[in-house]
Design a protein around this ligand. Structure first.
Ligand code: AMP
Length: 552
């Protein structure tokens, strides 16, 4: 091997973020903070309090609430089991049993397997019941393993007989496969959304005893194994809010929508379009869905494979189709507005009136359905400019039965989730041109990092030990007064220091050399025009304060 090749091999591996996840870097993170701060303040004015939720929950919470047939639950969840420490020895045995070589013609290997199985069972029986496998498939595997030692005994009876190998394969194979696939502990899932968690928390903390309704908002990462593309990630961020309990008065639906629109307005989000619809309730929706299925059957041959599949699993989702060839067909399908029950129709009409009272501009979109099962009646979606095909920045709706489905009392509910990644993307594309170009340059080149922050107000160029001590004290005082200060850790020639100040985008350079320290008069250079002024320490602070109030 040549020396070069050896060196290459020794080089430690460079890691990259997993597909569909990404780092959020400065200066973009400043925008994220601004967006989140705006959410905190706008939501507070509507009487919402923040809830912070766990990032993972038991799998069943999501399966039951979102719906087992939805894309999210059936394909996109990140699920794992957690081995409790009490079971870690048993788990080690389990792995060993599953992976060891057991040979039909070496009986001693069968006996070893039997001994390990017995020990495994002893470990299991000695641990707390609550640590044992919770999901039914693991329960079945455990019962196979419990019968294992006895079955291996029965195998002795077949030794020397023609069918020995066949029975061996069946018994040992069954034991080893069960050991490999058995999982301890309840199955947990990284949250794909947060509404289910908020409802779980509402029930867990008996929030129905608080004055109703309870208004909560959250923000944080969500996880879905989707095909990554622009505006669609596997770890993405949502800002959402829920109103639980109290009435289902249409004014509640309208106010929650008004809050979303106020938030977008404050952020000056461009090209905002609000679509609303009513998807009926448990009484009227199933009848409409059946009618839709019947009508879809008549045109089945003209639909693409996705719609043909959805026609069976969830016909409402066919209305979501963006396929050009299906648009004319979909336009002729029956519309849910014509099939709402009286209560739903009245509720929908009142929501529209309430929106008008609040000056919220909306568009009715009969094809707006939501991908999650729990929605009913009011549904809404907001799209924004600059996002291409993934242009939905917010989705929401009413879900009156959800809390009950999760073991709570009958409770009204409505909420929304804003896709923060897309919201930021839209702001960058349309609202913040300077930031957007800087960021997209860094993004396309991949390796040239974007500037990590907006420049400091002041860069201290110091030379000499005495000046360093003064510089340290000056930096402390200036920072305490709220100014951003960059203090180089090692001495630099003035020319280099000024170059560095320029590169960082500083507005001023404070020059501290022996003369300045001796005189008690410091030199301040304005980098934009190169002009210089001398200040005492006190006057400098006053001057910077004035500058700051002029610029902000
Ligand atoms: P949902 O929870 O599916 O109703 O989505 C609500 C909002 O979250 C959507 O309108 C998107 O803005 C955002 N969103 C959903 N999935 C993703 C994803 N994989 N990547 C980025 N944003 C997403």
């Amino acid at each position: 091997m040549s020396e070069g090749a050896a060196k290459k091999e020794d080089k430690p591996r460079k890691f990259q973020a997993i597909r569909g996840t990404r780092d959020l870097l400065p200066p973009e993170t400043a925008l994220w903070n601004r967006v989140e701060q705006t959410a905190h303040s706008v939501f507070a004015t509507f009487g919402f309090g923040e809830i912070r939720l766990p990032v993972f929950e038991v799998t069943e919470l999501f399966a039951r609430s979102i719906g087992a047939d939805t894309d999210v639950v059936s394909k996109e969840m990140y699920t794992f089991t957690s081995v409790e420490s009490a079971l870690s020895r048993a788990d080690a045995f389990r792995q060993y049993i599953g992976e060891r070589r057991v040979m039909a013609d070496q009986w001693v290997t069968v006996e070893d397997l039997q001994k390990d199985l017995q020990e495994f069972i002893l470990e299991i029986d000695g641990s707390a019941k609550s640590d044992l496998p919770m999901d039914p498939p693991s329960q079945v595997k455990l019962s196979i393993l419990r019968k294992g030692p006895e079955q291996l005994d029965s195998l002795r009876g077949f030794q020397g007989k023609a069918e020995y190998h066949e029975v061996f394969d069946s018994i040992v194979g069954n034991i080893q496969t069960s050991a490999r696939w058995l999982r301890f502990g309840p199955s947990a899932t990284l949250r794909p959304e947060a509404t289910a968690s908020v409802c779980r928390a509402y029930v867990e903390h008996n929030m129905q005893q608080l004055p109703q309704p309870v208004k909560l908002y959250y923000m944080g990462p969500m996880f879905r194994r989707e095909r990554p593309q622009r505006g669609r990630y596997r770890q993405f961020y949502q800002i959402g809010a829920e109103i639980l309990g109290g009435t289902d008065a249409p004014a509640i639906d309208a106010e929650v929508i008004e809050m979303v629109m106020t938030f977008f307005d404050k952020l000056e989000l461009q090209g905002v379009q609000l679509d609303i619809n009513s998807i009926g309730c448990r009484d009227c929706r199933p009848k409409y869905v059946e009618l839709l299925r019947t009508e879809l059957l008549k045109v089945k041959d003209k639909l693409g494979p996705d719609s043909q599949r959805r026609m069976e699993t969830n016909p409402l989702r066919v209305l979501d189709s963006k396929l050009e060839s299906e648009q004319k067909i979909i336009e002729k399908l029956p519309r849910i507005a014509d099939h709402l029950c009286e209560d739903c129709a009245t509720h929908y009409a009142a929501v529209k009136r309430q929106l008008e009272l609040r000056g919220v501009i909306y568009r009715e979109n009969w094809r707006l359905v939501r991908g999650l099962d729990y929605y009913m009646r009011t549904t809404f979606e907001v799209t924004a400019a600059g996002l291409g095909s993934q242009n939905a920045v917010c989705g929401g709706g009413r879900y009156d039965g959800l809390v009950e489905l999760l073991g709570g009392p009958p409770t009204k509910g409505i909420g929304f989730a804003i896709g923060e990644d897309r919201l930021i993307l839209s702001l960058l594309e349309t609202g913040h041109p300077s930031l957007a170009t800087r960021l997209s340059r860094a993004e396309t080149k991949g390796h040239s990092p974007a500037p990590t922050r907006s420049g400091p107000l002041l860069y201290i160029a110091w030379i000499g030990e005495k000046a360093h001590a003064t510089a340290i004290r000056a930096a402390k005082d200036l920072r305490n007064a709220g100014f951003s200060v960059e203090l180089p850790p090692v001495e630099q020639k003035f020319g280099k220091a000024l170059g560095q100040a320029d590169k960082l985008g500083a507005r001023f350079a404070l020059i501290l050399g022996d003369n300045e320290v001796a005189e008690g008069l410091w030199t301040l250079k304005t980098l934009a025009d190169g002009s210089q002024q001398k200040f005492t320490e006190f006057d400098l602070l006053e001057f910077l304060r004035k500058q700051d109030s002029v610029s902000s």
